[in-house]
Ligand binder design. Structure first.
Ligand SMILES: Cc1cc2nc3c(=O)[nH]c(=O)nc-3n(C[C@H](O)[C@H](O)[C@H](O)COP(=O)(O)O)c2cc1C
Length: 199
């Protein structure tokens, strides 16, 4: 292959040295070791507003709102793989990451309204999404909200949900590096994602 596969890695936590980031960095290292190029994006540090329902995207291939989201439309058309790493907040994904995803109504309208996805079939077959999520609480269903949203997003952007790394009970665990098996799982899922994209 002449060009290295490209992966976008979204961090949903504002803490660049937090526990979500620690797991994401493991997955990124794995994907890079497998031969991919990874662009990490700290979503809460981007400058953008939530979808304002202008509906410019019903008939146009972009958004009327010109902010930090705009370059991601092209990046999300070109990428081969996606990693989403997020804490649970109020039983779902944090607001900034949710607002980032909502702005992909641009992709939704192309795919479902105009029946003309930006992503072709061979790209879609190849693309894969890895979800990494952690939650503070030790309760059943801690990741249900996260998963519903991420599954929907994967459909909208035609990057199928592929694998996940989950750890709840973080209020007790506190520091994810005390769970080397979870760190290792994040690394190996990142590596496996990278290897599959190299084929
Ligand atoms: C605003 C806010 C809301 C949260 N809501 C939940 C929740 O609903 N369920 C849960 O399990 N943990 C919740 N947490 C705990 C985080 O998921 C947990 O602290 C996580 O480890 C933070 O990851 P980070 O260190 O990478 O930012 C919440 C944390 C914050 C700051």
């Amino acid at each position: 292959m002449s060009m290295k596969p490209k992966i976008i890695a979204l961090l949903g936590s504002p803490r660049i040295n937090g526990n979500t980031a620690a797991l994401l960095d493991q997955a990124i290292k794995g994907a890079e070791d497998a031969g991919c190029i990874v662009e990490k994006v700290v979503v809460p540090h981007l400058n953008f507003r939530p979808c304002m329902e202008i509906f410019h995207c019903i008939e146009n291939e972009t958004c009327a709102m010109k902010d930090d989201i705009v370059p991601f439309y092209e990046k999300f058309k070109e990428m081969d793989g996606l990693i989403i790493a997020t804490p649970v907040m109020t039983m779902g994904i944090p607001g900034a990451l949710k607002s980032f995803m909502d702005r992909f109504q641009v992709f939704y309208m192309a795919k479902y309204w105009r029946q003309s996805s930006f992503i072709n079939d061979s790209q879609k077959k190849r693309r894969k999404t890895l979800l990494i999520s952690i939650g503070g609480m030790n309760i059943p269903n801690d990741f249900d909200g996260v998963k519903l949203t991420v599954h929907a997003f994967c459909e909208i952007i035609d990057s199928p949900y592929w694998a996940e790394v989950m750890q709840n009970n973080m209020d007790e665990i506190k520091d994810i590096s005390t769970r080397p098996e979870v760190m290792e799982e994040a690394y190996s899922k990142g590596y496996e994602l990278g290897k599959q994209l190299m084929r």
